[in-house]
Write a protein that binds this ligand. Sequence first.
Ligand code: ADP
Ligand code: MG
Length: 700
Amino acid sequence: MSTMPAVQAPATPAKALSVPQKALRKLGLVRDIDLALHLPLRWEDETRMVPLGQARPGEPVQFEGEVTDSQVTFRPRRQLVVTVADASGETCQLRFFTFYPSHQKAMATGTRLLVRGEAKGGFLGGWQIVHPTVRPAGMALPGALTPVYPTVNGLPQAYLRKAVLAGLGRADLSETVPDAMRPALGLHGDWTLRAALEHLHRPPPDASVAALEDRSHPAWQRLKAEELLAQQLSQLRSKRERDALRAPALPTRPGGLQEQLLAALPFQLTAAQRRVGEEIAADLGRPVPMHRLLQGDVGSGKTVVAALAATVAIDAGWQCALMAPTEILAEQHFRKLVGWLEPLLAPRGLGVAWLTGGQKKKERAAMLERIASGQAALVVGTHAVIQDQVQFQRLALALIDEQHRFGVAQRLALRSKLQEQGSEPHLLMMTATPIPRTLAMSYYADLDVSTIDELPPGRTPIVTKVVADSRRGEVVERIRGQLAEGRQVYWVCPLIEESEALDLSNATHTHAELSAALPGVLVGLLHSRMPPAEKKAVMDLFTGGQMGVLVSTTVIEVGVDVPNASLMVIEHAERFGLSQLHQLRGRVGRGAAASACVLLYAPGENGRLGETARARLKAMAETTDGFEIARRDLEIRGPGEFLGARQSGAPLLRFADLVADARLLEVARDLAPRLLDRHPEAAARHEARWLGGKSEFLKA
Ligand code: ADP
Ligand code: MG
């Protein structure tokens, strides 16, 4: 390793790169600034000797000693075993599973070495270290803590350390936030960006590991504030770019289709539904594409709000599309919307069309024809809605249900369905997984959010019980009780990631068990591998009330609406995510009947539940509030998983923590628009510094 890698020369053909150079790319460490912002994971104290006499198992030692023996053994596998004795006479065996003759020579008997590593053993057979760091004795110890960086295979720490320090030396670290604004961000003058980075990459000799690893240190605060500011700037900019686009302005007409639908509904809107309906109508009235998220707990009545938005677009002479993630859900929407809208559309010669993957060719062709001609004012379907053959005559509004189930590409495809030059459809995304405030303020800052925070009247709260699987018998008793009262029951079996077949056998087994235990009751089975027609037949029996119990894999997760169902049993509840459990639970409690959710759990092989599984079940038992669930989910999982498909590829926050750094987030949010307005160049420089080319992902 004689010369530094040419980290700033992306023009070099890929095949000319060395292994560590390729690894640097893989980590996204291309520019000097990328290297400078690649911060240590932890620090090691190599400044002191830790002789074997002071060693504790599993902790690092660093000592000088003399090689007393060196040999290659073959049991249990080929390895070089070097025995070293230190001044006090204690011995340590060094084991190397990969080694070259040069290593053997450098550690020949009689050589004095400086050894560093994690010592194991220490009782009878003396100490052992696997793959220690070994240098000739007598070398000066470093004067400061040694940073340890996140790395990948093929990129040794020593190489990475050199590359980072070189990048740090060369990078432009001039301040982007003007002096006058810096106090607002809490960026104290004595912690310039350079000072903060120097501190973390090259800690001063007297720094302690604990102080560095405590991320409340001002150097960390400085970096976290910068990172959050970059994220805010990126979101704000993409929001403004979108605001510069055009969309059809869709005014709400008094006495129009929307009023007719409201008059025809069998219920009154809740205050929350009315409020979000107005927010959406206001967006639609403007010639700028709406980019709004409608969040509301399961059962809060988002569908009717979507239908009301659709009426506005249809009234103005445009088409709408509603896309749902599963065929069952799409069909349920279709039925509901046909029921509400067909009577109003038919007199105008318009109707609702239906598109799914499993559709017959002829039916599909007919639907495509109706969509292209504009006769289909509303198109409901699965992913089929965004396929190339689907040509809308005039699409003005796209509604996406359970938006987190769709990726960025799919949303973009829907947006591109409005062919008119420079114009985009309005976009309303719906989710039953509410976004905690800190997330809404960070990753979703470019979205407008409408929240339905109230359930329709007459719902009874759901009682949740966490029950060990060994008490299954009692649960079956309980099912019997519900059936005797004319109610219906869901029983959900988990998806087993590794094996769809196993998943199925589990559900099949439970289905057989319940069928046997409940003679005279129709027990149905639903799983993802069933042909659509069969799924539909089973769903129809359950929706129609003839089927008492529905055993299913997670296919019923979203959207199924059977108000007579009063009991939800979730088997192996410990395997589900928190928001998934909450969504499943939301399938009951939709009518006036008292409803319950039973979370059956089976402890692991050690007889215990894992910590996060326990936290999830506890949260479920303690609250039915979707916002509280979402907040705890964020705490348990962190934002990476929480965001799911929406932001795959998006730059996740590397340093800032949305829970711990909520205050910094508020400050960054406050500063971003001022910086962007008054110092657009500095804002662009700041964003590029932190996000490079990655901010593109955030736009969809
Ligand atoms: P979600 O928000 O989970 O998608 P849905 O739109 O499926 O909820 O609504 C759940 C049920 O509540 C549906 O049967 C729907 O017709 C009904 N509903 C919606 N709004 C009201 C309301 N204001 N009053 C009574 N029932 C309502
Ligand atoms: Mg819904």
